[in-house]
Write a protein that binds this ligand. Structure first.
Ligand code: ZN
Length: 160
């Protein structure tokens, strides 16, 4: 059967951006997801799988269907003194910050130049086209209990 909301999908995947691997399912261990309720999959993949049958797949997800466009307003430059003196100020270092609306966001250092530190609070995958490749092992109808719990049971799923 084909992937749609309310099915349990067992799959392996690799996520690449510009040909560079940045995420994957654990080697040799397919993950089982309840389609429509998956929290374990990276952005955009769940929707892109709809209509696929078991077998190899390759999907390309544009930014607007994944983590969204990169917002230049979420990039700011702050002073080195604004950080605790023992903070590791290195490119790609991540930390939590409070955004303008008071919500806690993940911030990433994208540049350090002298006294100035450039910080980006966009999601890590914002603005990126995601290339997924993998194999769908099987697709089955979710059991009522799984729909009730909002996750897949059994191999690759939740055990309890
Ligand atoms: Zn359960």
């Amino acid at each position: 059967m084909e992937v749609r909301s309310g099915t349990v999908v067992s799959l392996e995947y690799v996520l690449r951006v510009d040909g560079r691997e940045i995420d994957s399912s654990p080697e040799g261990e397919p993950v089982a997801i309840l389609h429509g309720h998956a929290h374990v999959l990276p952005p955009g993949l769940q929707d892109a799988l709809v209509g696929h049958f078991p077998g190899p797949f390759r999907v390309v997800v544009p930014p607007e269907r994944a983590a969204g466009a990169h917002d230049p307003e979420k990039v700011t430059t702050v002073r080195r003194d604004d950080f605790p003196s023992d903070a590791a100020l290195e490119v790609d270092e991540e930390f939590y910050a409070r955004g303008k609306d008071g919500a806690v966001v993940t911030a990433r250092i994208t540049a350090v130049e002298g006294d100035r530190v450039t910080v980006d609070t966009n999601p890590g995958l914002a603005g990126m086209t995601l290339e997924y490749e993998g194999v769908i092992h099987h697709v089955r109808e979710a059991a009522p209990e799984e729909l009730d719990h909002g996750h897949a049971h059994g191999e690759g799923g939740v055990h309890h």
